[in-house]
Design a binder for this molecule. Sequence first.
Ligand SMILES: [Zn+2]
Length: 193
Amino acid sequence: MSTSDQAILQLFKDAGAFLEGHFLLTSGLHSPHYIEKFRVLEQPRITAELCKMIADTYRDEAPNVIVGPMTGGIILAHEVGKQLGVRAMFTERVDGQMAFRRGFALTPEDKVLLVEDIVTTGGSILEVRDVVKATGAEIVGLGLLVDRSGGIVDFGIPHKALLTLDVVTHQPDDCPLCQSGVPLQKPGRSNKK
Ligand SMILES: [Zn+2]
């Protein structure tokens, strides 16, 4: 892991966003690690620092619009857009389909930087990419906070993650944490009713 990756990982750990234990992931797999992105995103100063790194990476590409998917992507698009002095928009799901609402519109003259917080399989951000492409706008790149696929997702566009992690996962029927009786947590819901 590079020095910059280590620094970002430490920042996530310090914010309490990098959890260690025994977690049920959305994919159905079990993992000893979970990233709760909102422990970082709830701190505007840390979020601004991270967004500055994304903004600096793509400043020379001169995007004039930043686009991210609801929910984390709204915060990132807003902050990166603020730092680059350009518009920020977000996509959201309408009947399960990723789409622009609220009158957000792009033209073929627009140069778009996509942003996303955490990518595991890339599903959502690839849908955002296709929604933007359908407008004829140019996509200059994708800025990610964390790529936890270990860098294996093919985005089909230039991209850079501030932190690339190869997160350990286990099949539920072959999980050493289950076998040693560590209670399984379902993150993101444990502290809400
Ligand atoms: Zn398990």
